[in-house]
Structure formats: structure tokens, C-alpha cells
Design a protein around this ligand. Structure first.
Ligand code: F3S
Length: 373
């Protein structure tokens, strides 16, 4: 039996570690990660079922991350599919909206500037803090669920005004010409700033590159916020920026990061895009291009995007041999069931997790190397 006191204990840990009295703040929404059966396995599912049978229920609008299988296609082995379905059904009974997407900030659970929220999924936390100006620490799947039930989160970190002040300025000494440059810059930045909130100039060509940058920051680092000049609604004076530590990232660091992430030794079996999930606009941009590489392309999207795109662009998708996949993410059961062992992706975050979690060989290829840009 799990009760509210246990959940309160759980979200109080940051204070307990410092020997402080816990303080809390109300949240207006939650977003929960770690719902893939490949990730939480039997122990995670049992815990969720125990929370449900204890009578606890979610009390604020709450969405969930992608799982491991595409539900309609049933593209996992039978047992995994059954378990994944059970996880999703348990979340539904607890009161979560089964969005199964990692871009809730664009679709399904959009916070407003100044909202205090309890979100897991690092790319979503970084986007909502850095672009929208909502306030969330980087929660784990479990602390986000505890907050979704309690309606409160621990009042520390970036929930405090002083926690949102940049402590280090990071300069990019090269042009972030596309999503891969942006992703690699984010990957290096996440490592070098450790737990200091950084300030960066807006060097991104478009929203897609910015999302890839933030997703990579969340992959290699622990920070939940990057203050981006002209984007993040936090004002920082020039005088202040001149006083703080300044770091630089150049082409050499980026190239080193790229080689450390790649281990593809021969031609790929498949091309994977959409980590984080692509929006409809990004799918439309992709469909305007001709392909360069002759391999199946799988693009991960929220199910609403898949439904609209398949209706509007069925011919283009077929002609270009592009398959949209929903409910799942780039760490997808279809890779296992199709026996793919070598993949390429234009996502730095995707490359990191594909290599480390699904243990496949990975190459990083820019959109311009996959499609005729
Ligand atoms: Fe989304 Fe999965 Fe990437 S949750 S951010 S597609 S690793």
C-alpha cells in the first residue's frame, strides 16, 4: 500500500539531503517519462499497479511520454506489446492523458509563461523553461507522477527566481548551420557547464535546430534551463554578463563529440528521424525534399500528427518510402523486431540513446545528407 505520505517523502528528498525543512509549491501540470516497457520492465509496471490499487489518482492535467511499441501496428513481440499496453492502461486509470509524445509543449499539454509545473523528459523541461518561460525542475518519471497526484512539487532549483539566473556565458566559435551542429553544440555545452545555468546567444536557424540543441543539453547534462538571448523571458544585463565566467565551444570540440557518439562501421539498415518527435510543420518540410539515401526512413511523431499527415500526404509518404511511427520514440521496438543493427539518425540525443540503450551501431547524418536539401 502506497499513500500520499510516501509520495511526499519522495519529493522531499532534495531538502532531506541538505538537512532542510521541505517547502512545496502548487503545480498546474505534470508530464511523465519512463513509460516504455523496455525501460521500466516488470518492477516499474508492478509499482504503477500498486499506486493504482492504493486508490491514488492524478489531480492535475498530466501527459505521458512515448512507449516502446506502435500500438496499431503491434510491432513488438507479443509479451512486450501486452505489457506496454498494460502500462498505458494503468496510466489512463490513474488519470493521465495518453499522449505518448515527448513534445507536450507543442501539442497536448502547453504551459503558460510563469506556470510552475512538474515535468520529466529532459527535452520537454528544457524547452518549457528556456523557450516558454514556465518553471520546472528536471523531474524523474516517479517524482513527476508523485507531483501529478499530490498537485505540488518541491520548491527549489529553477522554481526559485535566484535559481534561474545564468552563472556562465557560453560562446559558440563556429556557425550552427543545421540541426546536427546545434545538437552537438548542446551535447558539449551540457557536459562543460555542469550544474551552472548558462547564457547563450540565439545562434539557431529555426525552431527545429533549437529543439535539437536543447534535447542534447538534456542528454549530456543535468541543467533544466538555458537562458537564450532574445528567446528566454529572463532579462540579463550586459554588465552582469561581462562579470560572469565565459566559456567557448569550437569546431574541434564538436568534431570530437561527433566521433565519440558514432560507431557505425558499414552501411545502415534504416534511417531514423524525430527525436524529439517532429511536429506537422517539420513533417511537411521533410516531405518537400527528395531523398538521397536508399533506405527505409522512419519518422517518429505524435499520433495526431501521424493521422493528419497520412490523410493529407499519403502519396508523398509512399513515394518517398517514409513511414511515420507514433506512440513510440526513437528507442523503438520495431528496431528490435526488424533486426536492424545499424542505423543513422540526424538526432544527437537519438544517437546517444540508440547506441547506449538499444546497443545498435549508429551514424549521425544531417538532414542534408539524408534528403536533397
Ligand atoms: Fe523523445 Fe525518445 Fe528522443 S522520448 S526525445 S524520441 S529518446
Amino acid at each position: 500500500m502506497i499513500d500520499r505520505k510516501d509520495l511526499l517523502e519522495l519529493i522531499s528528498v532534495p531538502f532531506k539531503l541538505e538537512g532542510l525543512k521541505p517547502r512545496f509549491i502548487r503545480v498546474s501540470s505534470a508530464h511523465i517519462s519512463g513509460i516504455s516497457y523496455n525501460n521500466i520492465r516488470e518492477e516499474g509496471l508492478e509499482l504503477l499497479k500498486e499506486i493504482l490499487s492504493s486508490g491514488l489518482r492524478i489531480t492535475v492535467p498530466t501527459t505521458i511520454n512515448p512507449g516502446f511499441c506502435e500500438l496499431e501496428e503491434q510491432d513488438c513481440d507479443k509479451e512486450t506489446y501486452k505489457k506496454q499496453l498494460e502500462i498505458i492502461e494503468t496510466f489512463k486509470k490513474l488519470g493521465a492523458k495518453p499522449t505518448l509524445s515527448c513534445i507536450p509543449y507543442l501539442l497536448g499539454n502547453i504551459p503558460k509563461k510563469g506556470d510552475h509545473i512538474a515535468w520529466a523528459e529532459s527535452n520537454a523541461v528544457l524547452y518549457t523553461n528556456s523557450v516558454i518561460g514556465a518553471w520546472s525542475n528536471k523531474e524523474s518519471g516517479l517524482t513527476a507522477l508523485a507531483s501529478a497526484i499530490l498537485g505540488i512539487t518541491s520548491f527549489y532549483g529553477v522554481h526559485l527566481e535566484e535559481g534561474r539566473v545564468p552563472k556562465v556565458k557560453v560562446n559558440f566559435n563556429f556557425e550552427l548551420s543545421d540541426e546536427v551542429d546545434a545538437g552537438l553544440a548542446g551535447f558539449v555545452l551540457g557536459k562543460i557547464v555542469k550544474d551552472s545555468i548558462p547564457f547563450v546567444s540565439n545562434s539557431f536557424k529555426n525552431r527545429y535546430d533549437l529543439i535539437e540543441f536543447l534535447a542534447s543539453v538534456g542528454t549530456s547534462g543535468v541543467i533544466p534551463l538555458v537562458v537564450i538571448e532574445g528567446i528566454t523571458p529572463i532579462s540579463v544585463s550586459k554588465d552582469y554578463l561581462n562579470q560572469i565566467q565565459s566559456l567557448s565551444i569550437g569546431e574541434e570540440e564538436i568534431n570530437k563529440a561527433k566521433s565519440s557518439l558514432e560507431n557505425l562501421k558499414s552501411e545502415e539498415d534504416a534511417i531514423l528521424m524525430g527525436c524529439p518527435h517532429l511536429s506537422l510543420k517539420e513533417v511537411e518540410d521533410l516531405l518537400k525534399l527528395n531523398r538521397k539515401r536508399d533506405k527505409d526512413i522512419f519518422v517518429f511523431v505524435p499520433k495526431e500528427v501521424k493521422a493528419v499527415a497520412e490523410k493529407k500526404y499519403s502519396k508523398e509518404l509512399k513515394d518517398k518510402n517514409i513511414k511515420l511511427v507514433s506512440d513510440s520514440c526513437i528507442l523503438w521496438g520495431g528496431i528490435v523486431s526488424r533486426n536492424y543493427s545499424k542505423v543513422v539518425t540526424n538526432s544527437v540525443k537519438g544517437a546517444y540513446y540508440l547506441r547506449n540503450v538499444l546497443k545498435v551501431e549508429v551514424g549521425i547524418r544531417r538532414k542534408s545528407e539524408i534528403m536533397d536539401v
